[in-house]
Design a protein around this ligand. Sequence first.
Ligand SMILES: N[C@@H](CCC(=O)N[C@@H](CS)C(=O)NCC(=O)O)C(=O)O
Length: 201
Amino acid sequence: MLKLYEFAVSGNAHKVRLLLSLLRLEYDSIAVDGLNKQHKTNEFLAMNPFGQVPVLVDDEFILRDSTAILVYLARQYGDTHWLPNEPQALSQVMAWLATSANELAWGPSRLRVHYKFGREINVAESEQITNNLLAILEKQLTHSDWLVLNHITIADIAMYPYIALAQEGRVDLADYPAVIAWLGRIQALPNYVGMAGMWEG
Ligand SMILES: N[C@@H](CCC(=O)N[C@@H](CS)C(=O)NCC(=O)O)C(=O)O
């Protein structure tokens, strides 16, 4: 049985929860006690030396990092629909996975951490990254329904949670109708799961 170590409030964990659900995979959700720093205990650090969720365990195989976990699940349990083999499409998916670990994390995700959890950040810098990212996403999604190809891939899954949670970082999506339409398309998928605080159409 797959096991997912997670925080309920984690958008990075949500990426994994969403793909597990869309792939109709059963798993044990293991709530990590963030308040008591369970993710910094030796036992947890043995699974992820960075002391972060999500961590996926598949029998003997232990994997950290949401992006890596999406790649693993897509290859191990999905089909090439989720992670294409064809070099151009594959590399375009990788480009969005990189964006999810960079601009998405330093922009909307950081703003959420600041406004929801009180962490000090450079707000102006994160707002600038967020505005630039949303403008790029808006342009992309004006021309196509999905980030890569004409169907959902793990590129969309990786980008989704922190855009859907952007309002918790005081980001207004009203100026980005194509982004809002994309959120709606993801939320309409069979077996979609959301989390508290996400945009709702
Ligand atoms: N690159 C990692 C980032 C994971 C991450 O930032 N996890 C947060 C929760 S969303 C966490 O565990 N934070 C606790 C900490 O860093 O101490 C991934 O994508 O999984």
